[in-house]
Design a protein around this ligand. Structure first.
Ligand code: FAD
Length: 447
């Protein structure tokens, strides 16, 4: 039977098309070789990356390649990682930026909204990655039959095409001199006498998925919600369920909404502990989604048989129910589904260690009221990059030196996130239709 190297597979489906006995199936990003395989080798010949091999010709595991060295390695090429990497390269450091996915920015896990001032403080908007410009926000809270709608303060902003935006940020990093590697996960931290001295990566395109040790004086972990790198360093980054929003979103086509307005609905019966959103993406399309507090939705679905009817009471079912109940949306066609979790309680510590800084979702640097984390990840990435550059030029990457990052964060964006976290805790989930919460939310939406 043919052997599949799943780390290397790029899910193109070419092998499925040439197989004479239908022994291969592709489940979106998972290729399966079935027992029907007759070892004809046609799939091996059709694979562009060598992910399929005949059993007999499979190569033995690769020898480790010689070490490579950088001043700093950034794990994760989201907005936080690319900004951190670029900041360090602009300060003259040699930087490696690792991304485990084969395409930076894809799959998207985001509603793609960002405030105008927030975006332009980092990059000039470009039509190639702006899907819509918005200039108002409509925020509705619902309790029973009572609906209360207000306009958000500010509200000018953009709905991005993150698939392109994230890649552009990485391209800006390469322009500054950063070395980017895609489909290259970090798999471990290299430690020596308790100190970080680099990362281990899996080179999916080498024979036998060689693991390569990369030496670096400093690591920036920008690995998103998964936040594994910090855990490898022994930091407690486990996300409690009550601090997690479970989200589902469709890109709906053929809907009738104001293309310049973002819509929010805080409604405990629709999205317990969270809210539903409609963010226009031009041409009668919008990101329509909702986030539900992870520790609440199962019990809620049990108490509401209607939720169990649709989507078996999953958060995706909550979203379907919301769309079906909304006359502006019910005729829309879903053309994309995305799912993801959002951390909604920023860490007050644990965002650094000797030789390590953590940024963005990995450090839970997300607005606890809105779930917005693009701008905060970029802000943290820039600050971390600046502190890292200072630490490397002073030849001191101790946690004591790197504490400047925590201090800088606490005095700037971190202060706002903590205030919003306090507000979120002050209003328990079922009390968030209160008009005081509505106004606080509207202020947060306005940036
Ligand atoms: P990410 O963008 O998650 O990037 C992390 C990267 O690290 C990923 O590319 C991942 O593949 C890579 N990675 C992980 N582990 C490894 C590894 N071991 N080796 C190599 N690479 C690795 N925010 C907003 O501002 N506006 C919104 O409208 C909005 N809507 C959202 C809607 C949903 C449904 C969700 C889930 C989130 C939303 N967010 C929104 C939040 C926003 O998407 C994140 O806060 C933001 O992407 C965080 O950026 P980041 O760079 O920290 O992490």
């Amino acid at each position: 039977m043919v052997i599949l190297n799943s780390h290397r597979c790029t899910y193109c489906g070419g092998c499925v098309s040439v197989c004479p006995v239908e022994a291969l199936t592709l489940h979106e990003t998972r290729l399966v070789v079935l027992e029907e395989c007759i070892d004809c080798g046609d799939c091996v010949a059709s694979c562009p990356v060598g992910a399929l091999q005949m059993e007999t010709t499979q190569q033995p595991s690769e020898q480790r390649e010689p070490h490579r060295k950088y001043d700093a390695v950034v794990v994760g090429a989201g907005p936080g990682g690319s900004t951190a990497a670029r900041t360090m390269a602009e300060a003259g450091l040699s930087v490696l930026l690792l991304e485990k996915r084969q395409e930076i920015g894809s799959p998207v896990r985001c509603a793609e909204g960002i405030g105008q001032e927030q975006l332009t403080s980092f990059i000039e908007p470009d039509p190639s990655w702006i899907a819509a410009e918005v200039d108002k926000a409509e925020i509705t809270s619902v309790k029973g039959d009572e609906r209360n709608t207000i306009q958000g303060s500010g509200g000018s902003g953009y709905i991005l095409e993150r698939r392109i935006f994230d890649r552009v940020l990485a391209e800006m990093a390469t322009d500054a001199g950063v070395h980017v590697m895609v489909k290259t996960p970090a798999t471990a931290l290299l430690m020596e006498e308790g100190r970080i001295r680099g990362v281990r990566i899996r080179d999916c395109f080498s024979q036998g998925n060689a693991e390569i040790d990369i030496e670096a004086r400093l690591i920036i972990a920008a690995d998103g919600i998964e936040a594994q790198v910090g855990r490898w360093a022994g930091l407690d980054l486990q996300l409690p369920l009550e601090d997690t929003m479970v989200c589902a979103q469709f890109l709906l086509a053929n809907i009738d909404i104001d293309p310049t307005c973002t819509y929010y609905e805080i409604n405990h019966d629709i999205a317990p502990g969270g809210y539903a959103w409609v963010f226009p993406k031009g041409d009668g399309k919008a990101n329509v989604g909702l986030g539900v507090q992870a520790d609440l939705w199962e019990e809620f679905a049990d108490q509401n048989p209607e939720c169990r009817r649709i989507g078996h009471g999953t958060v995706l079912g909550f979203l379907t129910r919301y769309i079906e109940s909304n006359p502006r949306l019910e005729r829309g066609n879903p053309v994309t589904l995305i799912t993801g979790n959002v951390p909604v309680n920023p860490l007050s510590s644990n965002i650094l260690a000797d030789g390590l800084l953590i940024v963005g979702d990995a450090a839970r640097q997300v607005d606890p009221l809105t779930g917005g984390g693009i701008y905060t990840a970029m802000t943290a990435g820039q600050l971390a990059g600046q502190v890292a550059a200072g630490a490397l030029s002073a030849n001191d990457t101790s946690a004591r030196f790197l504490k400047k990052y925590q201090e800088g964060w606490d005095q700037s964006e971190g202060r706002k996130l903590k205030r919003n976290a306090r507000l979120r805790h002050k209003f328990p989930p079922e009390a968030r239709s209160d008009s005081r919460f509505l106004h606080a939310f509207a202020t947060a939406v306005g940036g």
